[in-house]
Design a protein around this ligand. Structure first.
Ligand code: CTP
Length: 470
């Protein structure tokens, strides 16, 4: 069997392909792949320096750090490149300091050298030839060894070997993510553009590098749509055809639960997940999350209301919501019956505490919302809401229909949660009370009284305690 590169495989027109999901390799017969128009090759081969753009758009310390990284690379006789999203966003003028570096040479060794120079911490991942360097200010660089992947035979695992930057860029998802910037001192800032990425950035186009890109890695269907919606780009015609075919063939179904969960989490973490989810629905991709999951005007409205509720929460200056994506996940699952939500969450590998919140919302929120619609003692509302995480409260805010319901949730977030009694366990001890379960009852009662405004001073609290133990 000849040693074929992945793209070469396609060029040879073989009817077999490989489907890869993580480390597994599964033979896959490629039934109806659309014809792919050969990509017109690079826009420009003339090196272009991005030095002045970098100086203009990066902070002074970050720019210097990149320059010094390039100087170190030169001393160590390796070539180092900034790649991927960092370069794409730099050219688009979008702030992004998530830096991925590719080293032509030994990536981990270079990472260790860099870490030594800056008293940074290095976490090597020997199996993948990558390392993360964490600088004292918390900033990180992900450093990888440039590599190429090739296949001995269909259904074989890819053979990974060290390669050139050109080979490394060849195995990437979209042309706009194949741009690299050389950091080595003499040619610092030189743009590497082998696939017309700069042209596609200008034309606002998402385009795969070859016809098997989505088969190589079906997570790319989500990525394509995410970038399209995030950047306001469009899918190139051929790429849209390939994406449609990949969706029809159900390749997404073969993704491992953790990879599917990762993609869904990325989608829900976008600034406007509603737009991305609507587009996924256009390509019939929602049913891979759950067979019953369908796009509807109601879901669109709910996602929009969730966005407004998140904006409202951000305006309260109480600190950022830790995981806004969870609120969008609550909205997405809201259209499913509870057993379907259970099935979905059993398959997805979201963090446990979020899974629990999602299950709770699916089962309990309708009932709780009815309670919230009532006018009741503040302490009653406080007790109903006090154990819920912020994400759940924000979702309830989005779902609440009545003014009273919204007011109750708002009071909880802005006021009641900040209330505390003056007396604590030590004070109760000093009052001669024997420690035990009674303490909790008393402290809860004090808190309720504070929320209701029936006690205001320490003296009021002491009086209430004495009444309780009389
Ligand atoms: N990549 C790829 N195929 C994937 C995932 C990633 O080719 N399925 C490549 C792309 O070149 C991408 C790079 O790996 O630019 C880094 O991946 P990631 O950090 O996920 O992408 P970013 O482009 O940085 O996206 P984001 O802005 O969402 O972080």
């Amino acid at each position: 069997m000849p040693h074929l590169t992945w793209t070469g495989f396609w060029v040879l027109g073989d009817k077999h392909s490989l489907f890869r999901d993580g480390t597994e390799a599964v033979p896959y017969r490629f039934k109806s792949c659309p014809t792919v128009t050969p990509l017109p090759h690079p826009a420009s081969r003339t090196p272009r320096s991005l030095r002045s753009i970098m100086r203009e758009r990066l902070s002074v310390p970050f720019f210097s750090l990149l320059q010094e990284t390039g100087e170190l690379a030169e001393r160590r006789r390796v070539s180092v490149y900034a790649v991927g999203g960092f370069v794409r966003d730099l050219l688009l003028g979008i702030p992004n300091v998530d830096l991925d570096l590719v080293v032509e040479g030994h990536g981990i060794r270079f990472a260790k050298d860099l870490a030594r120079q800056y008293k940074a911490r290095v976490t090597p991942h020997e199996r993948f030839g990558t390392a993360t360097v964490t600088f004292p200010d918390g900033h990180t660089f992900d450093i990888a060894t440039a590599r190429s992947e090739s296949y001995d035979a269909p259904a074989a695992l890819p053979r990974v070997r060290r390669g050139s930057i050109k080979e490394d860029l060849c195995r990437r998802d979209f042309t706009i993510n194949t741009l690299a910037i050389r950091l080595n001192a003499p040619r610092f800032g030189e743009l590497v553009d082998h696939h017309g990425g700069r042209r596609d950035l200008k034309d606002k186009t998402i385009r795969v590098l070859h016809g098997l890109s989505f088969v190589d890695d079906p997570t790319r269907v989500f990525r394509a749509i995410r970038f399209e919606q995030r950047l306001g780009f469009h899918l190139h015609r051929d790429t849209a055809v390939l994406l449609t075919e990949t969706a029809k063939m159900g390749l997404v179904r073969s993704l491992s639960p953790s990879r599917l969960s990762g993609e869904l989490l990325h989608v829900l973490s976008e600034r406007e997940p509603g737009k991305t989810l609507a587009r996924l629905a256009d390509f019939n991709l929602l049913h891979f999350i759950h067979a019953q999951l369908k796009w509807s005007a109601g879901l669109a409205r709910l996602l929009d209301t969730v966005k407004q509720a998140i904006t409202w929460h951000a305006g309260l200056s109480l600190g950022r919501l830790a995981s806004p994506w969870v609120v969008y996940a609550m909205a997405l699952l809201d259209v499913l019956p509870h057993p379907a939500v259970q099935e979905t969450l059993a398959r997805l590998t979201f963090p446990r505490r979020h899974t629990q919140s999602l299950l709770w919302v699916s089962q309990e929120s309708a009932r709780l919302l009815q309670t919230l619609d009532r006018t009741a003692k503040p302490s009653e509302m406080f007790r109903a809401l006090c154990n819920l995480p912020d994400e759940t409260l924000v979702f309830l805010m989005a779902k609440a229909r009545s003014t009273q319901g919204k007011q109750n949730i708002s009071d909880q977030i802005t006021t009641y949660r900040r209330v505390g009694s003056i007396l604590n366990g030590n004070d109760l001890k000093a009052m001669g009370l024997k420690p035990g379960p009674l303490y909790n009852r008393i402290l809860d009662r004090l808190l309720d009284a504070r929320v209701d405004g029936t006690v205001e001073t320490e003296a009021n609290e002491r009086r209430l305690v004495r009444r309780m133990v009389k």
